[in-house]
Structure formats: C-alpha cells, structure tokens
Write a protein that binds this ligand. Structure first.
Ligand code: ARG
Length: 460
C-alpha cells in the first residue's frame, strides 16, 4: 500500500527498512500538544482570511481537540506507516471529521509545521528549566544565608588557599545559574518568531496572515525569510549550548559534593535520601546522585555536538537530516531537568559540618596572605617583600611543626624584628574572612547581605 497522505504518485509502499529509517513517530509523538495548537491557530487563520469556510474550521477545531484528549488519555494509536506526528494527527482528523480535514494543510507544509512544533516545544522547555533553575538558586541562597559565617577553606589547585565562608561558596553557584538563566532567556527571545506560513520553503500564494498566527501562538512576530525559517535549527543549538554550560556548572558542584562527603573531607553529610549503599561493603554511603549529575554533561554536550554535526554543511533548505535534531535534544532536555532537580534536592538535603570545615580552613597556613597584608599595612613594607618575609615565616612554622597562629613571637621576630604581638589578631580564620569586605568578598557581613538580596529577588 502506498502512503495515504502523500502516496499519489507512488505505486507501491516502502521497504520495511525504508519505513524504519524514515519514521519519527516513535519520538516526535511528544510534540503532539504543540502540533495540535499550531494546527488550531492555522485553521482559525485560514477561516478568518476566507481561505477555508468557518464551518470547516469549526469541524477541524473540534476534531483536533478530540485528538488531543485521545492522546492524553492514551487511547490514540500511533502508526509508523504514517511516519510522524503531523501525519498521524491529520490522518486521525480525517477519520473523525471526514473531507474537511483535507483542507487543514492548505498553505502549509510539514517543513514549517515541524519548525513550529519544535520551536514551541523548546520554548516550553526553556520556561520549565527556568523555573527549576530559579528554585535551585533559592535553595542555594537559603543555604548561603544560614551559613554566611560558616568558615571553610577556599581552594585553588584543590590546595587550601584562603579561608572563605560556605555561604559565599553557595552564592558563587547562584551567580553561575543566573547567567545560565539569562542565556536561556536570550535564546528564548531570539527564537520567539513564528515559522508558520513559510510553507515548504518559498512561502505561499494564499493570502495568509502570519501576524495573526504569531499572535495566537504567543510569538513576537513572524520570521522574515521563508528559506531560513524551514532550514533553521539554531534555536535548538542555542538552547542546547546554554544547557551544556549549565550542566557543566552543575557538574562542578556535584564533584564538590562528592569530594566534600568523603571520609577524608567530611565537610558535608548527605542523608539517606540522596545516597545509596553498597551491596558488598556495609559501611558505604555513596553519593550516586552527585556522581550522576557530574556525568550528565556527557550526554548534553553530546547532543549539542550531534546537532552541530548534523547541521554543518547542510545545504538550504530542509533535508531529512534535520529529523535527527529531536532525539538527542529531547534526551538532553530531560536530563538537564533531572540534573537540576537532583542538585536542588541535594542542596536542600546536605548538612555542612562546620567544625570539620573550620579545621581544614585553619590548616595549611591559610592565613599567610593576612600576615603579608599585616606587614604591608603596619610596617609599610612593599607587598613583594612582605610576601617573601611571610614565606620565611611559613617555612619556619613548618620546621616547628605548628601553624602560623601558634608560632611564638620570638621566632617571628628572628625573621622580622619589627613584628609585634598585634599580628596574631589577623592570623585567625575568623578575622581573615571578616576582613575580606571588598565588593564581592567573602566577609560574612557581605555574604549575609548578598544572600538576602538574592532571596528577595528570587521570592518575587
Ligand atoms: N518528521 C519530519 C522531521 O522531523 C517532519 C518534516 C518532514 N518534512 C518533509 N519534507 N519530509 O523533520
């Protein structure tokens, strides 16, 4: 049997393998709501323009609503010989309302239809991800406020560098996520143009009103070039690229959670809700969720790379290659959403161990910079020289087997005779963080203020 939707010039049906490679219904059925919304807007516009009758349009609308209900209720039979969501819906419409169904595809092609459906889907996805990211920011800002003064080591090269606060560290991710959200918002703004009416590639001879369908579907305006419209997938690329960056951010936090929850660090504890046990080692509590979030960029960056590779060198306009845009993107969006949800859950769940973090922050001569700064401030030493003197003091403490705050004044003075007892005030980790009051610095006072600013912003 030839295809009943387009088989006019065909004498036989497709080879089984042809059907298998060609069909997209297995994955594009998830576009059904967008497909139906687009068809309803199209039919209404055709009627308003006098291209089809008002009665036909009303029949079409009723039929489409019935199909939406059938699909939602799981009562719709998708068939592979109808290739994709567009033909499945249209064919069912014909069964339901008869010949009027055949008028729906006037002044339209599956090329602008799929461009529309996928755009609407990606737009919905962005809105959903944005809400999720906002909630994650909220979870982080709440932790930041609660731990504005909880001291932890700040690292460079994963070596203890300077004391910071856990709240400050949480707010670092709030900033990253804000940029992720703004990248998604950018992509959304750029993609929010109506592709419907580009038809196959050249536009149409019917007197359609693309501004009307744009309004009906929440677009800012119609796209301006029909060739570009059916050939463009940058709206998916941009969204995937924003997701890839966001997933990369989440993977860094996930990796930190993995490190922090080891018995070597013991900075945080995840509850039973976000850990798993080992089938052989009864003592184990594994941070599997964090590890999986750490791994998710694999498939999300993979999806971006896959689609870039499909689009690269593809001549204008539509080619069936472009049907390969959907599966990796769907997978990436699903996993992006899952990774955000898991990270939010972990951030709400994890309990910081202030004592262990403070201990680690005080070790490793983490206040050496504070000592150097004291030399500069009090003795008016040039910073380079202060750096050198501090280096000698650290070496001395190392041979004495003590930390800087425990190094006796006499020994300090053997390196620099002008040092006074006053220096010990700057050597505690508490003093160190409290002194970092520069704009964007880690002083608890700053962190508290920033956390509250974010909380206010996120709660409105
Ligand atoms: N299933 C197709 C896709 O996802 C729909 C567009 C088909 N267009 C065509 N000319 N065959 O790209």
């Amino acid at each position: 049997m030839t295809n009943k939707m387009w088989g006019g010039r065909f004498r036989s049906g497709p080879d089984a393998i042809m059907e298998e490679i060609n069909a997209s219904i297995g994955f594009d059925q998830r576009l059904f709501a967008q497909d139906i919304a687009g068809s309803k807007a199209h039919a209404a516009m055709l009627a308003a323009q006098g291209i089809i009758s008002k009665t036909d349009a009303a029949e079409i609308r009723k039929g489409l609503d019935a199909i939406a209900r059938e699909i939602e209720d799981g009562k719709f039979t998708f068939s592979r010989d109808l290739e994709d969501i567009h033909l499945n819906v249209e064919s069912r419409l014909k069964e339901l309302i008869g010949p009027a169904a055949g008028r729906l595809h006037t002044a339209r092609s599956r090329n602008d239809q799929v461009a529309l459906d996928f755009r609407l889907y990606v737009r919905d996805t962005i809105d959903h991800l944005d809400l999720q990211l906002k909630d994650l920011q909220l979870a982080l800002a709440e932790k930041a406020e609660a731990h504005a003064a909880t001291i932890m080591p700040g690292f460079t090269h994963l070596q203890v560098a300077q004391p910071v606060t856990f709240g400050h560290h949480c707010l670092a991710y709030v900033e990253m996520l804000a940029r992720d959200r703004s990248r998604l918002a950018d992509a959304r703004r750029r993609m929010n143009e109506n592709p419907l009416g580009a038809a196959a590639l050249a536009g149409t001879s019917f007197p359609i009103d693309r501004h009307a369908t744009a309004r009906a579907l929440g677009f800012d305006r119609p796209t301006r070039n029909s060739l570009d419209t059916v050939a463009d997938r940058d709206f998916v690329l941009e969204t995937l690229s924003a997701c890839a960056i966001c997933a990369t951010h989440l993977s860094r936090l996930a990796e930190e959670i993995v490190i922090w929850s080891t018995s070597q660090f013991r900075f945080v504890k995840l509850s039973d809700k976000f850990t798993t046990g080992s089938s052989i080692m009864p003592q184990k509590r594994n941070p599997d969720a964090a590890e999986l979030v750490r791994a998710k960029p694999g498939r999300i960056i993979g999806a971006l790379t896959a689609l870039l590779t499909v689009m690269k060198g593809l001549p204008l306009t539509y080619s069936k290659d472009m049907q390969e845009d959907k599966e990796p993107a769907f997978d990436a969006f699903d996993n992006m959403s899952l990774a955000i949800a898991a990270t939010t859950g972990m951030m709400r769940d994890l309990a910081p161990n202030a004592e262990e973090m403070r201990k680690a922050a005080a070790a490793g001569f983490s206040t050496a910079t504070d000592l150097a700064d004291w030399l500069v401030r009090t003795l008016k030493m040039p910073f380079r020289e202060a750096h050198h003197v501090t280096g000698s003091l650290v070496a001395l403490a190392e041979t004495e087997g003590c930390d800087l705050p425990e190094l006796p004044l006499k020994l300090m003075q053997s390196v620099e005779p002008r040092i006074t007892r006053d220096v010990y005030k700057v050597l505690t980790v508490e003093n160190s963080v409290a002194s970092r009051t520069s704009y964007g610095g880690t002083a608890p006072k700053n962190v508290r203020k920033e956390a509250r600013r974010w909380l206010k912003l996120l709660k409105t």
